[in-house]
Design a binder for this molecule. Sequence first.
Ligand code: GDP
Ligand code: MN
Length: 354
Amino acid sequence: MNLLEYEAKQLLTAYSIPIPKGEVLQSGFSQSPSLPIVAKSQVPVGGRGKLGGVKIVETPEQMNRISDLFSHSIKGFLPKTILVEEKINIKKELYLSLTIDRLLSSIQVIAHPDGGVEVENNDSEEFLKITTTGSNLPQMGEQLAEYYEIPNQTFALQELVKNLYECFIANDATLLEINPLILTEEGTLVAGDCKMTLDDAAAFRHPDWAFEQNKIETNFVTLNQWGNVATIANGAGLAMATVDAVAHAGLHPANFLDIGGGASSESVMRAFNKIMDYEGVKVILINIFAGITRCDEVAKAIIEAKREIISLPPLCIRLAGTNYEQAADLLNAEGIALLPTLESCLESAKRHVS
Ligand code: GDP
Ligand code: MN
């Protein structure tokens, strides 16, 4: 389960991790927060800064920027709430996250001195990665301070990483990412943004979990890190068979994705966005056998993805079943090619990855 930023930040506060002062607004809000503030769309996806989901409001005339955010969809999501926070004076944006290292049965702390919206432009080799099961936590403040080149923050970083670790474990998180971790002009460290994923399988241990329903209703599993053929299919059986067929053809599947029965074009669009979160995908293979699902809904999402996602890899598309003709007409009109069989999709995928 992916938490919204404000929900994740509430969990941070419970572990004494500093966050900017703020409040959550619903549409039609009557509060008038004291300016300047930063207004942030509460959608369960990242990259909001670049997509117009983070607005600075400095004057009363700019207050409409907040209401505009309610009608601005990001990667297929409209926010139910907007987080408004005091505007922080940023000296430097850092990156800090905790994830599970399943191979080593431990937690990996990942850091980079250049955080913020461009973090993914850093070479993945460049990130500092420290594996921990807790015993080396006491040294980590010094390690991070040296790495970030902010020696006077050693103590603050020590407290921060200890508290993040505790927060991560206590909440059964699988990801806790602070980006940016802001070094303020005033010389303090504040969690500017927080992305947190909790392990759904641990829900029975947390009867208190009550988060906004923001579950991405597609079933998505990342496979090998080196996979470069992304797959989109409907139904768990067909989705698994598609992954198998990709592997059998000597290609490397990147993911399993079942868009489910009766998927709307919005949910298929989210599936595309989910795939775009992963690096290294060279081709997307779409294999739909539509019963309850309608081919035309899938086709609408394909057209939208083609228009909106600038770096969309080539698509190999096979559709069959309900409303196939309508889908074929829609795609034809856009000059998007359909392939007749899964075999022909695999042949085409091979050409794209070689
Ligand atoms: P994301 O794009 O979804 O990760 O949203 P973030 O919450 O990380 O915000 C994106 C960017 O907006 C940050 O990297 C900052 O550069 C900027 N930003 C966010 N909050 C503040 C703030 O309080 N003050 C200033 N000056 N910039 C901010
Ligand atoms: Mn961020």
